[in-house]
Design a protein around this ligand. Sequence first.
Ligand SMILES: Cc1ncc(COP(=O)(O)O)c(C=O)c1O
Length: 387
Amino acid sequence: MTQLAQRMSQLGTETAFEVLARANKLAAQGRSIINLGIGQPDFKTPAHIVEAGRKALADGHHGYTPANGIPELREAVAADIEKHKGVRVDPDDVVVEPGGKPTMFFACLMFGEPGAEIMYPNPGFPIYESAIRFSGATPVPIALYEESGFSFSAEEVLARITDRTRLIIVNSPANPTGGVVRKEELDTLVAGLEDFPDVAVLSDEIYGRMVYDNQPHVSLIGYESLRDRLILLDGWSKTYAMTGWRLGYAVWPKHLVEHATRLCVNDHSCVNAATQWAGIAALTGPQDAVDEMVRAFDKRRQVIVERLNALPGVRCVRPGGAFYAFPNIEGTGLTAREAQDRFLAEAGVATIAGTSFGAWGEGYLRFSYASSIDNIREAIRRIRACL
Ligand SMILES: Cc1ncc(COP(=O)(O)O)c(C=O)c1O
């Protein structure tokens, strides 16, 4: 028998991919499936971005690039951050990676080890807890509260910091809840963190362009006092409907850039060269497709929240961002897993159990509204029929 390293037993997964496989299998058997489980835009990558990638291949961009990304792309990222977040960053602090996920993994590997603690949102993106456990560190969950639109309490986070805390992960707007943390809460967190200068922060802002109700997106990179220990995670996957291209970036504090780049060299050498040129076209080209997509998500958000709230035993807060609704289903008498399985098997509607995002997701179900309004209406109609 081969003998695996013990840490392999610590690695979690993203159930969304398993549900997708089950939904596809049912669809292949001829069942009508509405997939509200998948966390990716249902839009195509805008044509001018695809063209830039195609042209890069035709122009011969076939080789390795610098591990941290081509300078033109890192400069475009810095300009984009200045435009959208009003903050100047040094392009040399930007590290281009194959998606947003590697940043989580790298940050956890950099700070996590047995004896260390890393705080993360729960319910939250499942890879946070998985990467923390894999690093050997102890995951310390940060509760998110339905009553406050799935925000955390900054006071509570600060109170749970110990001398073993190395890193705090923040995600706003959030997956799976669609929650947006209010500026006042972030102000309190950042002010309190001044008492803990050794604690780093990873701010996952991959849904930063998807904030509704005329609210601004508040980025943690705007807080000067955090700059030397803030890792900003962002990317193209959601904003430009580019999940399969595998392109993301992080802005690292200067003293961590070398470590992050070394992890890139060890892990993947560099991001696919043509994809990087497409990424430049995305940031510097017309943004109408992004605006249109966000407007479409906003309309769907209104429809799904209204319809979910009309279901017996279900209540749903209005998510402030991303493209997820996270209704409380306790009143149906079903557990999250039972609801997920029943809705897929009986109604042909794929959703994801809240428990896939951490133990504190029990009693909730994640609906992705990256699907047409007709699909959303039909999905909720079918769910009503099997409740
Ligand atoms: C909160 C959050 N961060 C990061 C990612 C990863 O994005 P990428 O596909 O760019 O790795 C996701 C993807 O679902 C996400 O929901």
